[in-house]
Design a binder for this molecule. Structure first.
Ligand SMILES: [Zn+2]
Ligand SMILES: [Zn+2]
Length: 235
């Protein structure tokens, strides 16, 4: 492989730390969404179904088995995770800690998106928890919340999901000013929602980022997140 081909391949990389299966409100099984992601070029992804106190254990046990088998047989790293969703804000840290203890590699919290009545204070609870990796679609997040996210190493999400993505420009700007790190995720609920590199770049540019800032969002953010959660990166 010549260096130019190698460079193109590296540039085409897609990371995605927020996807759903029929274990919550997605349509595919975990193994199916992994296979479909692999087929369109993914090499690293997380499956993060909606959880509350009741289904946390079942969802994680299932995802851990399916992600392990797929990652062992196929050229993709599938990480089992959760999206703590509509849980009372006082219990978010507790559930995040439980999820981690049960083997979640990526712990997301369903943030205060502008299109749903998520409990006010959810963003603050998520960024205050050292057990949370990503505050998903944080909507009109405040500068104070973004600074707390930066201090605690909680990543803020730029969302490729319709509706949630309406606040992307705000999220990117506030995160940048606060020094909080960001990742871009699909929040896929069906195989067709999975990302291509081109669409991820379009969403990044649509959030008002420069080409260079978009590169940081699509490459540096994911690599920093993988380092934070202890995933060794070979290249
Ligand atoms: Zn969500
Ligand atoms: Zn989601």
């Amino acid at each position: 492989m010549d260096s130019q081909t190698h460079h193109a391949e590296v540039d085409a990389r897609v990371y995605d730390f927020h996807t759903h299966t029929f274990l919550s409100d997605g349509v595919a099984s975990p193994i199916e969404i992994i296979r479909r992601a692999l087929h369109i070029g993914y090499r690293t992804m997380a499956i993060t179904d909606h959880v509350g106190p009741g289904n946390l254990e079942f969802v994680l046990k299932t995802l851990i088995k399916e992600c392990e088998m797929a990652s062992r047989r196929w050229d993709i790293l599938a990480l089992p995770g959760v999206e703590i969703t509509y849980v009372p804000k006082e219990d978010i840290d507790l559930l995040a800690r439980e999820a981690r203890r049960m083997g979640a590699r990526v712990v997301n919290v369903h943030g205060e998106t502008v299109v749903e009545p998520v409990e006010p204070g959810t963003n603050q609870a998520a960024v205050s928890s050292k057990n949370v990796d990503i505050l998903a679609h944080p909507g009109l997040i405040t500068p104070d919340e973004a600074r707390t996210a930066a201090e605690n190493g909680v990543f803020l999400e730029v969302s490729a999901r319709r509706g949630h993505g309406l606040a992307n420009g705000h999220v990117a700007k506030v995160a940048q000013e606060a020094g909080a790190r960001t990742v871009l995720d699909s929040d896929a609920h069906a195989p067709d929602d999975l990302l291509t590199r081109e669409f991820a770049m379009t969403v990044a540019l649509g959030a008002g980022l420069s080409e260079e800032e978009a590169h940081v969002l699509l490459e540096t953010g994911p690599r920093d997140l993988l380092a934070k959660i202890g995933v060794k990166q070979t290249r």
